[in-house]
Design a protein around this ligand. Structure first.
Ligand code: FEO
Length: 182
């Protein structure tokens, strides 16, 4: 698609409409992830597991950072971010294990989304977007691994209260390190 003005033509060259739309959707998906983890954090607060709640709060902050990476990238490529409504997340879970089963499943879904974006960048011969996405490819390996580790620990612990409290203390140690994205 070719726009009328010189600047529009330059923009068309920079990022295809198809790629732009997919990246815009990913901003929304990352914001949804933040919302989901914040909701899980609220659940943990309600059952007095402050360490788990802290882990989720930090996870939500990381997701906001992911959203901002896509937001900044779209702007850097001279295109316009269009924010959409964020879907309502679930609010109730049956147990900490239930939450981490959902967390792990969600991260596997996000990995699939990132892989689809990489496939699209290859199809579009968009090397810059391909390159930007490699950070997310590596990040998703970590995201899946950390959710899976806690999920496996919870399976091992079962319903045992003391084990849950020990894990709660450990997850309370997690801190957020802001990354400068620009
Ligand atoms: Fe933004 Fe947890 O992936």
């Amino acid at each position: 698609m070719t726009g009328g003005s010189a600047i529009e033509r330059w923009r068309d060259k920079m990022l295809s409409e198809r790629m732009l739309e997919a990246l815009n959707k990913q901003v929304n998906a990352e914001l949804y992830s933040a919302y989901l983890y914040l909701s899980m954090g609220a659940y943990f607060e309600s059952v007095n597991l402050k360490g788990f709640a802290n882990w989720m709060r930090i996870q939500a902050q990381e997701e906001l950072m992911h959203a901002m990476k896509f937001f900044d990238y779209i702007n850097e490529r001279g295109r316009r971010v269009k924010l959409e409504a964020i879907e309502k997340p679930p609010t109730e879970w049956n147990s900490p294990l239930d939450v981490f089963e959902a967390t792990y499943k969600h991260e596997v879904n996000v990995t699939n989304m990132i892989n689809n974006l990489v496939n699209m960048a290859i199809e579009e011969k968009d090397h810059a977007t391909y390159n930007m996405l490699q950070w997310f490819v590596a990040e998703q390996v970590e995201e899946e691994a950390s959710a899976d580790e806690i999920r496996q620990q919870l399976k091992f612990i079962g319903e045992e209260g003391r084990g849950i409290l020990m894990l709660d203390r450990e997850l309370g140690q997690r801190t957020f390190t802001a990354e400068v994205t620009k």
